[in-house]
Design a protein around this ligand. Structure first.
Ligand SMILES: [Fe+2]
Length: 298
């Protein structure tokens, strides 16, 4: 079998027609992307001599794993790849600097309580027998100016590694460990909550099956997620991962980044993290928006 079989006349004709290139209607951008996607798929089938059975096994995996797509995508590195790509485009546009972006993950829930952040906010509504985390810092812009009227969205797991709204034990009330914190003119924030624990992908689920087949694990270090939004500034999606967690340097989702790995300072049953955010100015209205992604609603 010639290694360039995917480029044969018959294959090319098929892929052109399958992408709608020989008809007028449809979305031209989608047609172009579909054409390249089909070409790449055809080349992989030929390169690895994928059998009919292997192909349908892969199709079944995708169909069965659809519910875990939000974990599979970070697990195979594509969500981090998007960050690397956006970083590279920023650098090209002279927008380097500030707090690094990193993956959102699939567990944000819109509609968390909006609370006054001029005094320390408590994120935790439910009992949780673990240490208390205090986190403090400032949000500044590119010139070090305090960012006015920011909203800091915070969400994290409980001490068992479960997120409210996604907790199979059913033990958490809605929006436990989730708040939107409204900050003042000085850009300062302070919150306390119960120490989150790292977590693994659901045992036996599609992500777990894939990770095992790749000889990998599905663990994340303990971490806290953030969106930072403020009028006139670009919305930042980021998270801090605990620098002293056993998986700090081996996050299955590739969410850990240099500059986002503070080590909590622990004393007795409390821990403190000081972390300042620096965000970019918005160049357009779109910069101030969240990415268009399907998110859970509370
Ligand atoms: Fe997370």
């Amino acid at each position: 079998m010639p290694s360039n079989f995917a480029s044969s006349d018959a294959a090319q004709k098929l892929l052109d027609r399958a992408s709608g290139l020989d008809v007028a209607g449809g979305n031209p951008r989608l047609k172009a992307i579909m054409r390249d996607l089909l070409q790449a798929s055809a080349e992989i089938i030929v390169k690895h001599d994928v059998s009919e059975s292997e192909f349908w096994q892969a199709a079944k995996f995708i169909a069965d794993g659809a519910g875990e797509i939000g974990l599979i995508i970070p697990g195979i590195g594509l969500e981090h790849f998007l960050d690397l790509y956006m970083d590279a485009k920023d650098a090209e546009a002279g927008l380097a600097g500030g707090t690094p972006r990193t993956i959102e993950g699939p567990l944000y829930v819109a509609g968390a309580p909006l609370v006054d952040g001029t005094t320390e906010v408590d994120l935790t509504s439910d009992p949780d027998e673990t240490d208390t985390l205090h986190m403090t810092g400032t949000i500044t812009g590119p010139d070090g100016e305090p960012v006015r009227d920011a909203v800091l969205h915070v969400w994290h797991a409980n001490s068992q590694g479960w997120y409210s709204h996604f907790d199979p034990t059913g033990e958490q009330t809605p929006f436990n460990n989730r708040r939107r914190i409204k900050l003042g003119a000085d850009g300062r924030y302070a919150f306390r909550s119960k120490m989150p624990h790292g977590y693994s992908v659901p045992p036996g689920g599609a992500t777990d099956v894939l990770m095992q087949a790749l000889g990998r694990h599905g663990n994340r270090p303990a971490h806290v997620h953030f969106f930072v939004e403020a009028p006139g500034y670009r919305t930042l999606t980021t998270q801090i991962n605990f620098g002293d967690d056993p998986f700090a340097a081996d996050d299955f989702a590739f969410g850990t980044r240099e500059g986002l790995l503070p080590v909590p300072s622990r004393q007795g049953d409390t821990a403190h993290i000081a972390f300042d955010f620096q965000i970019q100015r918005a160049r357009s209205d779109e910069d101030q928006q969240f990415s268009h992604r399907s998110r859970a609603e509370g």
